[in-house]
Design a protein around this ligand. Structure first.
Ligand code: PMP
Length: 434
């Protein structure tokens, strides 16, 4: 029987390249077709054929409270009554900037954008303008959005399509981006010894999460910090995924580090289009209208996005179950993460399938390999065929994990222990079947 999703996808493909507005959504890496969403609430998504799934993607990160939380949808309705976009300063922008600066100590000033891509692109331009140097350093498998300088050896959808370098990026641009293997201190040190004086910045996903979820070796992030300082380059933490998800100050808070610039997105928009970049005031003040580095946006600081994001952040700091003391949203996410990880480890041991599990807070990744996960090369050596079968078996049984082995899974505050246990049962059935 042809499903409604399948019929709609056929129409979509006639009018949208590949039928999707962002490549990972096409299910290409799992050799299939996507479903179309009718509605989503809490931990669950219902497709247009009426089937419901427990969701572990949460719109690729923003939906940390779950789908359509009442606090955010009410805020959006309320704020929209007074206007939807002004292109004139509004109080929500100031409140958002103040909140980010208060929560993330390295951020003295911050500017809002409409996507994570714009945030990283702008941070790179600013770093080049500030240092008056051209080269930037990124790491193999790290994804920082799709601006030209950063779409070199990228992760996420770029990896999924097996084309880590995009057509259309002039060679002359790509040459200014130096790509290094992640977690390899020797190569990094050698590079800086050779050309450290011409490097504007290192940009790094604070915990790389677009080629699986990879953790830095002990001392690696500290090395990035000290080496940039030594050579007068800037350190840019891309916390688009980890920021406001792994605690108030993201990975830099967990690791007690102070990058020069940081990029944000996803959670701070409450599900509306948002990004932000910020950091040292002397660097940020190089931006127009104060300084010579141009950066702008028609919808930047949009009142709906700001208010939705602020509502989400407020909710995260509230006590669980209405209490004003005790565990807050971040604590609760860690509890849920631990519960899920413990169950998943026990299940994979029981099944005797080679695996690795990386998790921090509400972010997790299951790898079908027993290799130690040090960088993207290890991630790519997992059993892709097993992943593909696992994905489809889970989807069939009502659990939606990312349709690519390179993506990180997300829990939300709407997930209950019962949801997680139900998911583990589905995983077990799926693994038995395939
Ligand atoms: N940086 C990181 C770490 C990301 O994960 C993403 C998106 N997944 C981006 C940047 C780009 O953000 P956006 O898709 O909002 O442009």
């Amino acid at each position: 029987m042809t499903t409604l999703s399948s019929k709609l996808f056929a129409v979509a493909k006639q009018h949208i390249p590949g039928g999707v507005n962002s490549p990972v959504r096409a299910f290409k890496n799992v050799d299939g077709e996507p479903f179309f969403v009718r509605r989503a609430k809490g931990s669950r998504i219902t497709d247009i054929d009426g089937k419901t799934y427990i969701d572990y993607i949460g719109s690729w990160g923003p939906n940390i409270l779950g789908h359509a939380p009442v606090e955010i949808s009410n805020t959006i309705h309320q704020v929209a009554k007074d206007g939807i976009s002004f292109g004139i300063p509004n109080p929500f922008e100031v409140d958002m900037a103040k909140t980010i600066c208060e929560w993330v100590p390295s951020v003295e000033k911050v500017r809002m954008t409409s996507s994570g891509t714009e945030a990283t692109m702008s941070a790179i331009r600013l770093a080049r303008g500030f240092t008056k140097r051209d080269y930037i350093v990124k790491f193999d498998g790290c994804y920082h959005g799709h601006s030209d300088s950063l779409l070199v050896a990228a992760g996420s959808g770029a990896l999924t399509n097996g084309e880590p370098d995009s057509a259309g990026v002039p060679k002359a641009f790509a040459e200014k981006t130096i790509v290094l293997p992640y977690n390899d201190p020797e190569t990094l040190t050698k590079l800086f010894e050779e050309k450290g004086e011409s490097i504007a910045a290192i940009i790094v996903e604070s915990y790389p999460a677009n080629a699986g979820l990879v953790f830095p070796k002990a001392g690696y992030l500290e090395l990035l910090s000290s080496i940039t300082k030594k050579y007068g380059a800037l350190l840019i933490f891309d916390e688009v995924m980890t920021g406001f998800r792994l605690g108030k100050a993201g990975v830099q808070g967990l690791e007690n580090l102070t990058p020069d610039l940081s990029c944000f997105g996803k959670v701070i928009g409450g599900g509306l289009p948002v990004g932000a970049f910020g950091g040292r005031a002397d660097v940020m003040d190089m931006l127009a209208p104060l300084g010579p580095v141009y950066q702008a946006g028609t919808l930047s600081g949009n009142p709906l996005a700001m208010a939705a994001g602020l509502a989400q952040l407020r909710q995260l700091t509230k006590g669980v179950n209405g209490s004003t003391s005790g565990p807050n949203g971040f604590d609760r996410l860690e509890t849920l993460g631990q519960h899920f990880e413990t169950g998943l480890r026990a299940l994979m041991e029981k099944k005797g399938i080679p695996h690795r599990i990386n998790r921090v807070g509400s972010m997790f990744c299951l790898f079908f390999t027993d290799r130690e996960i040090v960088n993207v090369d290890d991630v790519m050596k997992q059993d892709m065929e097993l992943f593909r079968k696992f994905f489809w078996a889970c989807l069939d049984k009502g659990v939606y994990i990312a349709p690519s082995p390179y993506e990180t899974g997300f829990l939300s505050l709407a997930h209950s222990e019962a949801d997680l246990d139900e998911t583990l049962t589905v995983f077990e059935d799926a693994l038995s079947e395939i």
